[in-house]
Design a protein around this ligand. Structure first.
Ligand SMILES: NC(=O)C1=CN([C@@H]2O[C@H](COP(=O)(O)OP(=O)(O)OC[C@H]3O[C@@H](n4cnc5c(N)ncnc54)[C@H](OP(=O)(O)O)[C@@H]3O)[C@@H](O)[C@H]2O)C=CC1
Ligand SMILES: N[C@@H](CC=O)C(=O)O
Length: 345
């Protein structure tokens, strides 16, 4: 059995989703893969922080969060450390970085990732900020130190969109990528098409744990644009920035626009696109009317979809969850299992 100690920075929807997965599936992980992930530290801005090298019970962490009790009320060797101190002193094997995405500065997550790598930890993250804004530098830092930087959850949560593109389609010649890359807006558009108000649909997306802490990132298209940047730079050899994405969100769409499209056999979707033509890459996120018969029209709720157009296989499409607590928690497990597989070879 190989045991990895893990530190969780951010214990919101995703952090709690990961803790729930570990609480429920540790026996299966041990039996099938010979691996144990032991949470030794958790640090969250408002919920507090706790570190115990002997390990913390995921169930107790979840119970404290559900009851609004500070994490520091749990029995542990150390409490009250901030993220930097936790990363410098906890000595974990893997950082799970799940703090807020900031697509302007990438902070504080860039600092978290950098500190963890310098302290010798592998990093797995669902945070789009560091990956959209600073991936080459952070990936080089990881590589120099023989460490892994797992980023699967930054695009389409636990649906293995990045792994499909970077591993399985790596030799197929990806020349175009198109899809629905934001769960919150797809959920809102689906609910509005069924007659609900924008405000009620957004509130429900927040309650279900799909939306960003500041949902402007979702509804104005920044989150989808960040994912387009990640796809371009990680899978298409590009070096684009957020400013290179021609971006528009869904806030200008009215109930009348949505009704009108439906009555004409069409549906609004927020579509992200990347296309390479003669060495030039175009990148966009735009609300788009698609026919009811279009493959993306039936992708509803927080489900996302990605179509890779390749030289050798033509179109390859993957559809799956794009957001959610467990769905995104699973992305971190995917990356941690990949680390375990590589370490075991
Ligand atoms: N939810 C989803 O479906 C998906 C989310 N993601 C990404 O995963 C990350 C986590 O998402 P989610 O859990 O939904 O977000 P939440 O807002 O629910 O949780 C983020 C947590 O991070 C904590 N936090 C923020 N800054 C710090 C800091 N400096 N030190 C310690 N803790 C900090 C917050 O603390 P507090 O609230 O107590 O202030 C909060 O509990 C985000 O980057 C998001 O973009 C990616 C894919 C899907
Ligand atoms: N807020 C995001 C979460 C996943 O990245 C979304 O709604 O897709």
């Amino acid at each position: 059995m190989r045991t990895y100690s893990i530190v969780l920075i951010g214990f919101g929807n995703v952090g709690q989703g990961l803790a729930q997965i570990l609480a429920e599936r540790s026996q299966e992980l041990a039996e099938r893969f010979g691996v144990e992930y032991k949470i030794t530290a958790v640090c969250d801005l408002l919920k507090g922080s706790v570190f115990d090298p002997a390990g913390l019970s995921p169930a107790a962490l979840l119970q404290a969060a559900a009851q609004g009790q500070p994490l520091s009320s749990l029995p542990a060797a150390h409490t009250g450390w901030d993220a930097q101190r936790t990363l410098q002193e906890c000595g974990a094997d893997i950082l799970c970085e799940m703090s807020y995405t900031d697509l302007k500065t990438g902070q504080p997550a860039i600092n978290h990732v950098e500190t963890a790598l310098k302290a010798g930890m592998h990093v797995v993250t669902t945070n789009k900020g560091p990956i959209a804004l600073d991936y080459p530098r952070l990936a080089a830092l990881a590589q120099e130190r023989g460490l892994e930087l797992g980023v699967e959850g930054t695009v389409m949560s636990g649906t293995p969109a990045l792994r499909l593109g970077s591993e399985l389609l790596a030799g197929a010649g990806i020349r175009k990528i198109q899809g629905i890359f934001n769960g919150t807006t797809n959920y809102i558009l689906t609910r509005m098409a069924a007659g609900d108000s924008y405000t009620a649909a957004l509130a429900e997306a927040q309650r279900l744990g799909f939306a960003e802490a500041d949902p402007t990132g979702d509804v104005e298209g920044f989150d989808a644009a960040g994912k387009v940047v990640i796809l371009a730079n990680l899978l298409m050899g590009a070096h684009i920035t957020m400013q290179d994405v021609d971006r528009q969100g869904i806030t200008a769409l009215t109930p009348t626009d949505i009704e009108q499209a439906e009555s004409q056999g069409q549906r609004w979707k927020l579509i992200g696109s990347l296309e390479k033509k003669d060495d030039r890459l175009t990148a966009s996120v735009q609300p788009t009317r698609v026919a009811h018969s279009h493959p993306l029209a039936g992708v509803s709720g927080a489900t996302n979809a990605i179509t890779y157009t390749t030289d050798l296989l033509g179109d390859v499409t993957l559809i799956g969850p794009g957001a959610g607590r467990l769905e995104t928690g699973y992305a971190l497990l995917e990356d941690m299992l990949a680390i375990h597989r590589r370490q075991s070879n």
